[in-house]
Design a protein around this ligand. Structure first.
Ligand code: COA
Length: 169
């Protein structure tokens, strides 16, 4: 049995001057790369396969992250499908004085496990445990369908979970 905890990956690093924009805040692309790295390790821990980024489904840059901040990127598999995995990433910054952590950003990436030739290969199922893990697990199919519709890989009328959002029960 694989749980989100088994794939949990935590990466903590500083924001250096070369990684900032003209306002001296962390450059968005640098944060995307840090999240991609943590998510990739989480996907690998879950599948024990080579994994590739298939899509970035959601990113919210809610708070800027100033130069010198201590940034923690926490990634875990939120749902495993046949060959793909949804990874939820939470980004925290640490208060310089109190050490208290504040949520700065979050993102959701999709990774696919592949074999040596790059062909998608099956991954183990994921069993969520906590209330938050269950909430993320249950919404993941909806997000997968939305991502596939936007990528032109699924017809909107086949996105059953997505349609259910807009239809009164
Ligand atoms: C990701 C990749 C392996 C998917 O290949 P594909 O031919 O579309 O394979 P499939 O259609 O069988 O899809 C494989 C899985 O990915 C999922 N998937 C594909 N595109 C997706 C998207 N845009 N959003 C969400 N899921 C996606 C499919 O639903 C399927 O999931 P499932 O098996 O769990 O149901 C292929 O597109 C690839 O190698 N891309 C390049 C990856 C890469 O180099 N990333 C780094 C960027 S520089």
């Amino acid at each position: 049995m694989h749980t989100p905890k088994d794939s949990r990956t935590v990466m903590t690093d500083l924001v250096l001057p070369s990684e900032t924009n003209p306002l001296n805040n962390l450059f968005g692309g640098e944060l995307l790369a840090r999240m991609d790295r943590a998510a990739s390790i989480a996907a690998r821990r879950h599948s024990r396969r080579i994994v590739v980024t298939a899509s970035v489904n959601h990113v919210a840059f809610n708070r800027s992250i100033p130069l010198g901040s201590v940034v923690t990127v926490e990634a875990a598999v939120s749902r495993a499908f046949k060959t793909s995995m949804e990874i939820f990433i939470d980004v925290w910054i640490e208060d310089r004085f109190s050490g208290e952590k504040t949520k700065a950003n979050e993102a959701i990436y999709t990774f696919v496990a592949v074999d040596d030739t790059g062909k998608p290969t099956e991954v183990p199922a994921l069993i969520p445990e906590t209330a938050l893990e269950i909430e993320r697990f249950e919404a993941a199919l909806r997000r997968k369908q939305l991502s596939l519709v936007l990528a032109g890989k699924l017809k909107p009328n086949q996105a059953t979970e997505l349609k259910a959002l807009f239809v009164d029960k």
